[in-house]
Design a protein around this ligand. Structure first.
Ligand code: GLU
Length: 292
């Protein structure tokens, strides 16, 4: 796999929009993407479009068209082509093989529920949908013989986890939030890189893509800070440089709850049908960002 920037003539700043086609985009997504677009514009750079469509159960093709249309309606533009993750599985598979060759992954039968049960309640301050910390006692000893991956033409039917290095703290400087750090074993456990339904995890696919597509700054919601530590570890293990990060504040509804795709009233399509103009939304984002 080449982790090099595929386009030698690319600008210095490469950002990306990475929506998941699991529902209609809402105001919260639009605001995150507005931050990404503003960062790219200020740096005279470009944005790429990544379609995060690996979740077979939740992604639907009609949402892909809808999200691109909604983002165009808002006035965002990006450099073609659109990168669909479902079309890049061989690239992720190659990365998995490299991690395997380096002895950095292992097969694991523990379910998400086992892990959640072992650690009790999710830790304080942890993002809602963050994965619980995998207990170290459950990892195979470092000298255990590593089973082979199935041949490429056979499905992977077990989860494979990345062995988070034991050497303490992972640190990065976030361009919005400042210094961020996580301690291996306490905040970060071994995490899944390939799932038993034969799909790469979000962590692996995202790390491989951000490196392979030459992204220089990742702009996304603050709920993904913990994922950033994992993705930085994967990039290091794959010999790639990590990009910069800018995690923007999440938008909440009137009762302080984080916006989710089920907040249909705030879906961009609903707002558009009600006659809200893209300019009005963008003006609001500008005003909110100034007020923060
Ligand atoms: N597709 C992910 C989401 O919508 C975002 C991933 C990312 O920005 O890395 O939550």
């Amino acid at each position: 796999m080449s982790l090099e920037n595929p386009s030698p003539a690319s600008p210095r700043y490469v950002g990306r929009l990475a929506p998941s086609p699991t529902g209609y985009l809402h105001l919260g997504h639009a605001r995150t993407f507005w931050f990404a677009a503003e960062r790219a514009r200020a740096a005279g750079g470009v944005l790429l479009m990544r379609n995060d469509d690996l979740d077979r159960a939740r992604c639907r093709p009609e949402f892909v068209g809808a999200m691109l249309e909604d983002l165009r309606w808002l006035g965002f533009s990006w450099r073609e082509p659109v990168y669909s993750q479902s079309g890049r599985i061989p690239v992720y598979r190659e990365a998995l093989e490299r991690l395997h060759e380096a002895g950095l992954i292992y097969p694991c039968d523990r379910s998400r529920r086992d892990v959640a049960g072992a650690v009790g309640a999710p830790h304080e301050g942890g993002a809602q949908d963050d994965e619980p910390v995998f207990p170290r006692e459950w990892r195979p000893p470092p000298d255990a013989k590593l089973p082979a991956l199935p041949p490429r033409d056979e499905p992977i039917t077990t989860n494979w986890r990345f062995r988070v290095p034991d050497d303490g703290e992972v640190v990065f400087i976030d361009n919005a939030l400042g210094r961020q750090s996580a301690v291996a074993g306490r905040d970060l456990g071994d995490f899944i890189v390939w799932r038993r339904d034969d799909m790469p995890s979000y962590q692996l696919a995202c790390a491989v893509d951000d490196a392979a597509l030459g992204v220089t700054e990742v702009v996304r919601g603050a709920d993904l800070v913990r994922s950033t530590f994992r993705q930085i570890l994967l990039m290091r293990a794959l010999g790639a440089n990590a990009p910069q990060y800018f995690h923007c504040p999440l938008m909440a509804d009137e009762s302080g709850r984080r916006l989710a795709k089920r907040h249909d009233a705030l879906a961009l399509r609903t707002l558009r049908e009600r006659g809200v103009s893209p300019e009005a939304l963008l003006r609001q984002f500008h005003a909110d960002a100034k007020a923060d």
